[in-house]
Structures are given as C-alpha cells and as structure tokens.
Design a protein around this ligand. Sequence first.
Ligand code: HEM
Length: 402
Amino acid sequence: MTEHATLGDFDVSAAWHVAGPYPFLARLRREAPVFRSAQLGAYVLTRYADVRAAYGDPRRFSSKGSLTISRSLTQETRDKLGEHGSFLSSFVANVDPPDHTRLRGSVSRAFTPRAVAALEQEFRRLNEDLLDRLAPCGAADFVTEIGHEPSVKLTARFIGVPEEDEAFVQAHVKDWFQLFLSPQPPQRQLELAASFLDYLAYVDRLVAERAARPRDDFTSLMTSLIGAELTHREVVELISTILLGGNDTVPNQLGNTVLRLLREGRWPVPEPLLAGASEECMRIDGASLGSFRYATDDVVLHGVTIPAGSLVLLSTDSAGHDESVFPEPERFLIDRPNAADHLVFGYGIHFCVGAALGRLQLRTALEVLGRRLPGLRLVPGQEIAYRRSLVGRGLTGLLVKW
Ligand code: HEM
C-alpha cells in the first residue's frame, strides 16, 4: 500500500469532493496515479490511459458486485428483504461475462438506433409541454421544476409505466436507490426496505400484465425473453435499473450542463454547436464520476501493487481532466475537437447502453430550452450545492429566471 500523507484524501462528507476536486485529482495524476484512498476503502486510478485500460480489461477488473454497497445492510433489514437482499446482483452493470454477454445482448435489443430515434419527438413534446406551463412564470428551480420531468416521463413511457403510476414509481425508485447505493442508519433501512418490497410487487404486476397482453414497450420486449434468454428476476432488475438511468443521470447531466453554459456566457447554444457543446459539458462536468471494480488478481501499475480482491475506483472525472489528452482541461472550449473522447459513459463491454439516448436527450433539451428561454440566466447570489455522492454529480437546486 502506498501512503501519501501530504496529498490528503477524498472526503465524502465534504462539498469539494464532488463540486471541485480538480486540483486534488491533478496532483494524484502527477504524483500518485495509483492512489490508496482510506476514505473510500479503494485504490483510485486517475490517469486517462489507466482508467480506459482498466475498463477495457474486465478479466482483471471485475464488475461482479461492484455496484452495490448492500453489504452495509443490517441483519434485520436483510431478514426483511429475504431473497431480495442481494438485489442488483444480476443487473447487467454488476456482472461479468458470460452472464454479462447474455444480458447485454437482451437489453441491447431495446436500444436500436431506430428505437432511440423514435423517442426524439416524444421527448421534444414533453419539453414543449413543460415550457408551455412554466414559461409564463419567469423563474424556476431548474433542477426540480425543469430538468427532471421530461426525462422521467420519457423513461416511464419507454419502460411502459402507465402515466397514472409515474409518481408512485418515482418515489419508490428514490427509496430503493438510497437503500442499496448509499449507507443508511438501521431504522431508515427498514423503512426503505418496506418501500422497496412494495415497488418490487408493482414491477412483478407490470411484468405479469405485459406477459398476458404485450405492448410496444421495454417491459413487453424483456418479458417475452423470459425463459429463453432471461430469468424473471433479471427482467425485474433490468426494469428497475433502467428507471434509475433515466430518472437520475440524464437530469443531473442536464443541470450541470445548463449551469456551465450560463456561467460561461454561452446561452443559448446555436444549433450547429449543440452536439459539441454537450460533449464538452460532459467532459468537464460529468454526471458520472467513475465506476468501481474489483481486482481479480494482484495488479502492478506504476510500481504499486493492487492486491487481488481490492476495490478500485476508475475515476472518469479525473480522466476527463487529464491534461495529456485534453490540453488546458479546466478551460471550457465549446468546440474542443476531442471532447467526445471523455469516458463519462464508461468504456468497453459495459459502455453505457443508454448513451445514444442520453446524448439525444441532452441535445434536444438544450435546443428546446434555448429556443423557448433564450434569456435564461442564473439568479444571482445563490449558493451552488451538489448532492453528496461517491459516483454521481448532480445539483441539489439551481435557481434560474428568464
Ligand atoms: C448522461 C447520462 C448517462 C450517464 C452519464 C451514464 C453513465 C453510465 C456509465 C459510466 C456506465 C458504465 C458503468 C460501468 O462500467 O460500471 C453506464 C452503463 C449503463 N447505463 Fe448509463 N448513463 C447515462 C444514461 C443512461 C440511460 C438514459 C440509460 C437507459 C435508459 C442507461 C442505462 C445504462 C445501463 C443499462 C448500463 C449497463 C451497461 C452494461 O453493463 O453493459 N444509462 N452508464
């Protein structure tokens, strides 16, 4: 293990950990490219080349169990959850080949270029509807009132959640996300576990309904594969986690993006620059900070041995700011030629299956918002705060007016 007493460490309880870790990450890239973080209980890779190579080497950097911290659940919570205590253990991002290859093949069927393109009009309409209601107000919290709704609704339609159930699903997804992905005190765990079991019962009903009467949605497509390619449990986990992908990452990325563009004085973004601007915003203010892996073997890198079994954080946030790939990384360049080389969607076999859909939503939202609210600006004097998270960057609020 390497000790770098002078470097400091990630501090997951501090705002800078998510909001502005860049001077710290730059020092790690320079002085400790394989950093042992006592706070995270993980080794951290920060150089672009190393992060990419580790994503590209699933044999030595395993995804199995890397997504869940459910090991922090109390025995009482586990008993309550029963067989569901290891929820997500068969989710596509949480397994290695050969299971991964099979699951990825099934889920990819729903994300064909045609299927994704077909969602563009729907997403545009959801944004226009929202603005029809909000535009006369002249001010809003971008995060809670603008950024989330269209993505959440689009994901619900994609999955096949009826409109009247959207609010229920939304509330329960939040609960299970907290239960499995962030440490909670024992009493809270039990409340969240109860909510999670209600949610599972709901998804079970949805699967049964679609099995009986298929429609043109993700749930019907995945349900039709039960027995042939997928198990019932795998389908339930897939549905749950796709909801998470749509409910959280895209809105977080949109919030980060709008904040960046307003601060840089680049609002509204002209149509020809939209795609490049989105990539540069993902590079510099990514909604995903990185992915965890387990070393399957002793891995020696830059003279440091990462012992077999260690947790490793691949810091895509740092990779996006690596000066050897992105010159002057802290500068926002709306037409940076290689901005799209960022690793915010991961890389390799687990590369985000929703990346095309995420990109489409970002570009479309920026286009509609720019046209409908060209005078968008930040409310002065507000404190910009991020949710505390190990792997995601999202604002708690963003006051805007127009
Ligand atoms: C800006 C938005 C998004 C970001 C930043 C993002 C980020 C990521 C990252 C970093 C991974 C790789 C995880 C790993 O290697 O451990 C991933 C995988 C995945 N993402 Fe996304 N994502 C976004 C949007 C979406 C959307 C919209 C969906 C679905 C509707 C989605 C579904 C998935 C799935 C199913 C995987 C697992 C793929 C696999 O393991 O093969 N994501 N995402």
